[in-house]
Ligand binder design. Structure first.
Ligand code: HPA
Ligand code: ZN
Length: 340
């Protein structure tokens, strides 16, 4: 039973709760208003006449439906300033949501294949991250490989990243999951690990529990992104719980992409009850209806999460983050201080 006096009281508690966001695709934070502004600035044609028309197109029945629109939206991102502005807008919203630390995915192949240089992308993003750091919001950058492309393309992307390794903390795996198992990227992940990078992978969003096993045993990831379908396999749940493996769960994304029929059916509460280190994240907030606090509010209401569950989610976010021990401890202390 919820121990808040009202939904407003719960939302106020969520608003002030210190948290880390660990699953955020920066290209998925492109709001329709910015899409229009950048289309105009860069003289790029987009197949929409108004912001309302863009929002109306955001009715998805699965991951691929969304990805088709997501890659189309990226076409307006061309210059370093575009990537800066996109990132700065997300960071302002995150800070407003009480996010103290963020780990951001970017999809370089979505840009280099359109002729935008890797350097343009990472320089723009990094300039915004540096400005936010000066204001107290820390960050890590995670380069994602598009899994619908082949491993040679991922290898070439890692080659392009080499001059910028000091700016990149990890690699991830995103895009169309079905038919593209983690093992397809075994060699490039091994190379990334040898370079000292952290490893994460989307697994069990639409794909079967076997893909989560592969992410753990073949890629040797440090975190699982989503992981929802792990719940179908009790041995896998036991493995994830015993190892304290962080799951970056994205409730409004799961709802928008029909991974769950409604939020009361969302597995987050079950994950916590099973001892899994679940976190709450926004994935692609411009497309799925809200930033991190909106995800917390919606899932807390649907699952009647109490104060202890919300605190656990915030603690899990800092425990799962790629932070040094001192930084992690300071954030965990801030959570305890907030709870009182
Ligand atoms: N899943 C897989 N790939 C993605 C997503 C997602 O939710 N968002 C952006 N790329
Ligand atoms: Zn994602």
């Amino acid at each position: 039973m919820s121990d808040f006096a009202s939904p407003d009281a719960r939302n106020a508690f969520i608003a002030g709760l210190p948290k880390a966001e660990l699953h955020l695709h920066i290209e998925g934070s492109l709001e329709p208003e910015m899409m229009f502004a950048l289309a105009q600035r860069n003289q790029v044609a987009i197949p929409f006449a108004s912001v309302a028309e863009v929002r109306a197109a955001y009715a998805f029945s699965n991951l691929q439906d969304f990805l088709d629109i997501y890659y189309q939206g990226m076409a307006v991102l061309l210059t370093e300033q575009d990537f800066h502005d996109l990132t700065a807008a997300y960071l302002a919203r995150a800070a407003n949501d009480g996010v103290r630390h963020v780990e951001i995915f970017f999809d370089p192949q979505g840009h280099t294949e359109r002729g935008v240089a890797f350097a343009t992308v990472i320089t723009g993003i990094t300039r915004a991250l540096d400005a936010a750091r000066a204001r107290g919001l820390t960050s890590r950058l995670i380069l994602c490989f598009l899994r619908h492309l082949d491993e040679a393309s991922a290898e070439a992307t890692l080659d392009e990243a080499l001059p910028f390794l000091s700016l990149i903390h990890g690699v991830g795996l995103d895009s169309s999951e079905a038919g593209h198992p983690p093992a397809k990227f075994a060699r490039v992940f091994a190379r990334a690990r040898a370079l000292g990078l952290k490893l994460v992978a989307h697994a069990g969003e639409e794909g079967p529990p076997e893909y989560v096993w592969e992410a753990l045993d073949v890629l040797e990831v440090d975190r699982i992104d989503h992981g929802n379908r792990a719940l179908e396999d009790p041995a896998l749940v036991a493995r994830l719980a015993a190892s304290g493996m962080c799951l970056t769960v994205c409730p409004l994304s799961n709802l928008a992409l029909c991974g769950v029929p409604d939020l009361p059916s969302h597995p987050l509460r079950r994950m916590l009850d099973l001892g899994l280190a679940a976190t709450v994240n926004s994935d692609d907030p411009a497309y799925f209806g809200g930033y991190v606090n909106r995800n917390f509010e919606a899932v807390a209401e649907a699952l009647d999460l109490d104060r202890a569950a919300l605190v656990k989610l915030a603690e899990n976010s800092f425990r799962g983050a790629f932070l040094g021990d001192a930084e992690r401890d300071a954030h965990l202390k801030a959570v305890r201080a907030y709870v009182g």
